[in-house]
Design a protein around this ligand. Structure first.
Ligand code: NAP
Length: 227
């Protein structure tokens, strides 16, 4: 069985998750930051796409010392396993996700990935080969389940989220909507990729909770099947 997949992202009031230059923007505040850190601490792994690694250089670590201590007391690693979806093994060997904080890393590549790059990345991470050209996300999730990952948090970006939703691999979505307008038709949104044309293909959501937080609103959705 695949892991339970929870997406978390912050977006502007006009639905953008960063600027048109793919520059990271502070969208939420301290309350949401704490919530996201706790959500992360409660997961076995945190996943991002290579676009996010190249744009933001995230570490994907748990920031709160209390949350890290709770994880250690539970007998788990201090930080969840960090996973990068990266068909062509473009993750820079110096990337923060490979170096900040102790613990395990997984880089998921496809058969297209350059052998030398893969060899270099194997010095820092477990490399999973899944898929011919792009990463086969269903196959990857099955591989992650075999590593003991039952609960997976996905932190973006929009292209990876679109791939997961298209493949029917998403269970829950948290979106914090902040009080800014970023604008720009080319700025990334929560779900990028090609999009869907037929209404029957749209992913239907069930609203679990709407909660005022910081200077915005947190929406918690359950992802349903297309109608
Ligand atoms: P992304 O979603 O992080 O990564 C997408 C890349 O993953 C693809 O281009 C592809 O690159 C790789 N990939 C491999 N297999 C895939 C598959 N089956 N389906 C989908 N992707 C696959 O990149 P992005 O869409 O450019 O998003 C990055 C932007 O999102 C940045 O601007 C960042 O700041 C923003 N962001 C915002 C938040 C937020 O909460 N506000 C969170 C995270 C990111 P290859 O073909 O090279 O493998």
């Amino acid at each position: 069985m695949r892991p339970y997949v929870v997406i978390n992202a912050a977006m502007s009031a006009d639905g953008k998750i960063s600027t048109r230059e793919r520059r990271q923007v502070k969208i939420s505040g301290t309350q949401d930051f704490t919530r996201v850190d706790r959500l992360k601490a409660g997961c076995d792994a945190v996943m991002v796409g290579i676009g996010t690694v190249l744009a933001d250089d995230p570490s994907l670590t748990v920031k709160s010392e209390d949350c890290r201590r709770i994880r250690i007391d539970r007998g788990t690693d201090e930080h969840p396993i960090r996973v990068v979806v990266d068909s062509r093994a473009r993750t820079p060997p110096t990337a923060s996700v490979l170096h900040k904080g102790p613990g395990k890393r997984v880089i998921a590549v496809s058969k297209l990935a350059d052998e030398n790059r893969v060899t270099e990345l194997r010095n820092h991470a477990t490399v999973i080969v899944a898929g011919e050209e792009e990463v086969d996300l269903r196959m990857l999730l099955m591989n992650l389940a075999e590593l003991g990952i039952q609960r997976l948090m996905v932190e973006g970006g929009g292209t990876l989220i679109a791939g997961l939703i298209s493949a029917g691999l998403v269970d829950e979505i948290y979106t914090f909507i902040g009080n800014i307008l970023i604008g720009g038709k080319d700025a990334p949104t929560l779900v990028d990729g090609p999009g869907w044309v037929n209404e029957t293909d749209f992913c239907r959501l069930i609203l679990i909770e709407a909660h005022r937080m910081d200077n915005g609103i947190l929406l918690h959705w359950k992802a349903g099947l297309p109608e």
